[in-house]
Structures are given as C-alpha cells and as structure tokens.
Write a protein that binds this ligand. Structure first.
Ligand code: ZN
Length: 382
C-alpha cells in the first residue's frame, strides 16, 4: 500500500511582497504511523553535506517505500532554511546568522516547557507510554498557540512543529574542517549509541543544557526538563534528538553521501521505522565525552593561521595546535604566537580560513573530562 512519498509545501513569510517562501516536506509512511523520524539539512544554510545525504536517503526510501517496507513515518525536510539560502553576499552564500539581525539560525528555538508543564500537571499518570502521548499532544498545542513576528522566528516555529512529536530527530550540519561527530543530550546516552556507531562518529558530545536553545535541544530537552519537574511520574527521554555534523563544509561527495544515507537507513531499520535487516551494528569508533570537556581553542591575537596539528590527531593538554603569525610585527622574532589546547583528546574540528581575528575559533579538542572554565557556561561556540 506504501507508494511514493507525500510532498507538501509549508508556507513561510514572504521575503518581500511577491516573493513567497515555503518549506518542501517529504513524508514516507502514514501520517499517524509510529515511530516517527524527522530529518532536516542545512539549517545553517551554507552547510551542504546534509543536502546531498538527504537526496541519497530519499532515493533509498523511494525503493523501500515501493516495496511497502516503510512501517513507521519518515519526514524529510531537505532545505530547512530558505531564508539563509537566499543570503548571497560578495558572490558567497552566507549562512549561520540571519542577515536581518535575528541571530544564529540554530539558536533561540521556542521553549515550551512551562506551557506543557501547565497543561499536563493534572493528567500525567504512572504509565510512561500514556505520559509520552499526553506530552506530545500538549507540546503540539503549545506550539500551535504561538504566533511570533519576524520571518526567522516563524521559520524556527515551523521547524519545531514538524519535529516536536517525533521519536527521532536528526539535524544534519557540518563544521568547517571536521571529522564526523554528533551532539546529543546526556539523558539520551547510551540508548542513542547505535546512532553514533552506525554513522561512524569519531566523537559524540553530551550535554543536558548547552545554552542558547539550539534546535536539537529544544526538541529533545523538553523531555528531561519535564522529568525534572515531575520526578514522581515516569517521563522517559522520548525523542532521540541529535545534531549530526557531517564532517567539513567541503566534504561533499556522492560516494560519501551515499554511504552516510545507507547508514541512516540502517539506523531507521534498527529503530523499527523501515522493515528489513539492518545488518550488524558497526563497532563504535569512539565513546561519548562531555561537551564540557571540549576545548574550543580561540585565536588570542589576529594574524595568519598555521596549524601544527591535523584533524584526527590525539593531542595533550599544553600541546601547540597552531601558530598565529603577524607579518607586520616590528620584530619578526616576536611575530609568532603559539596557541595551545588545555584538553587531552581528539582534535576534531579546524577553522578553514587561514586568517583569524582575536577570539575566532581555531580548533576543537574533545577531552574526556569537563574543563573547569566550561562547567556551567554556554557550551556552544556561537
Ligand atoms: Zn551548523
């Protein structure tokens, strides 16, 4: 009975009079089927790998849907950010931040914890499954009741509405130069370790509250925030919500994207959304580490960036990871500034531009233990 996917267009505020925008949403499986997965790409607009991965995933899902093997519901939103995709400046697509001033496209997602808590206060019981259904209904209602002004806030709300009642939410991003890595809520580990293992993730970074309300945490965090408020009632972390960083911005290749899509399909099979054998779970390439253990190494001065360590290297606290050179210094002997990491672990991202201003992020190192200066702070580089 499962034929092709259902494709719908969700209207967004017009960019200008006469220039309507919309999201194109592709759904496989029945609208009420469970489990439900929601996948989106390019929320930061200029992060292209996920677009190609979702293209390949759609081709794979077309085949399994034609055989009637989509037993859950898979919702794909390939262009999650039409606003950002229109930001061409100096012949370059500029994503990440809204040029309108509305901030980072992956921050400030609606917080409906208070509204949902109020709605479910007298209806939560001792049946975890019933509580999940109650909370999903309340979350949908709370999001329906919102009516923000501004096109970026409308986009944020529309994306939340697509994802809020899902069992699995995967937000596909990339870094500048990077190994494949995953951000996930601490309460989702180790139950979510099959995602990291299947994707071949080199680092999985866990946080309960990373600050700034990014998309994955606004969707997934609702569950552990409510569990904290209602400790006497069973409220499981019912949405495996993760940000998947598909390597670096230039890592866009059909063969790599096809392999990533095949891994996503295997994950969907293992999670019961698609019929069939997912095959053996690959051996995990890394264990999860705390996001508080990631050293976000910033440039102390401006200048030319020359890296001394490569992606994938294990580094130790105190190691020099880059040198910043000021070719205009009065004395060339003082022109070179060494930049060190304070973490011991995997160097998993690097800035691609080779000139940095003071404060720019140069590299990230995933250490196994929380860093004192990170604990309690905002954990994401904006
Ligand atoms: Zn991103």
């Amino acid at each position: 009975m499962n034929a092709g996917p259902q494709i719908t267009r969700l209207p967004l505020p017009a960019a200008a009079p006469g220039s309507p925008r919309h999201l194109t949403v592709v759904r496989y499986g029945a609208a009420d089927a469970r489990p439900k997965a929601y996948l989106q790409a390019a929320l930061h607009a200029d992060e292209i790998p996920g677009l190609l991965v979702l293209h390949h995933l759609r081709m794979l899902l077309d085949s399994v849907a034609a055989r009637g093997e989509v037993v859950g519901q898979v919702v794909i939103n390939p262009y999650a950010n039409p606003i950002g995709l229109a930001q061409n400046v100096n012949a370059t697509l500029l994503g990440r931040y809204a040029l309108s001033g509305a901030g980072n496209f992956n921050r400030q997602y609606p917080d409906v914890v208070d509204a949902v808590a109020k709605k479910v206060l007298n209806t939560l019981g001792n049946d975890a499954g019933a509580n999940v259904a109650t909370i999903r209904r309340a979350a949908n209602e709370a999001l329906e009741a919102r009516a923000p002004l501004g096109d970026t806030d409308r986009l944020r709300l529309t994306l939340m509405r697509l994802a809020a009642d899902a069992d699995i939410v995967l937000d596909l991003h990339c870094d500048e130069e990077a190994l494949l890595h995953v951000y996930m809520g601490t309460p989702l580990w180790p139950a979510g370790s099959d995602l990291s293992a299947q994707l071949g993730s080199r680092a999985t970074l866990l946080a309960t509250r990373s600050g700034g309300s990014p998309f994955d945490e606004a969707v997934g965090g609702l569950w552990w925030e409510l569990a904290e408020r209602f400790p006497q009632k069973p409220v499981p972390p019912a949405c495996l919500s993760a940000t998947v960083e598909l390597r670096g911005e230039a890592d866009v290749r059909d063969d790599v994207a096809r392999a990533d899509a095949e891994n996503l399909l295997a994950f969907l099979k293992r999670r019961g959304l698609v019929a069939g054998d997912p095959g053996p779970l690959p051996r995990a390439l890394s264990d999860a580490t705390p996001l508080e253990g990631v050293d976000i190494v910033r440039a102390p001065v401006q200048g030319v960036v020359s890296y001394t360590r490569s992606l994938g290297e294990q580094v130790s606290a105190g190691d020099v990871v880059a040198v910043i050179v000021d070719p205009g210094a009065e004395d060339p002997k003082t022109a070179r500034t060494e930049v060190r990491t304070v973490a011991t672990g995997l160097l998993f991202t690097r800035r691609s531009a080779r000139f940095a201003r003071s404060g720019d992020v140069l590299v990230k190192v995933a250490g196994g233990t929380p860093l004192a200066e990170r604990v309690g702070g905002s954990l994401l580089s904006d």
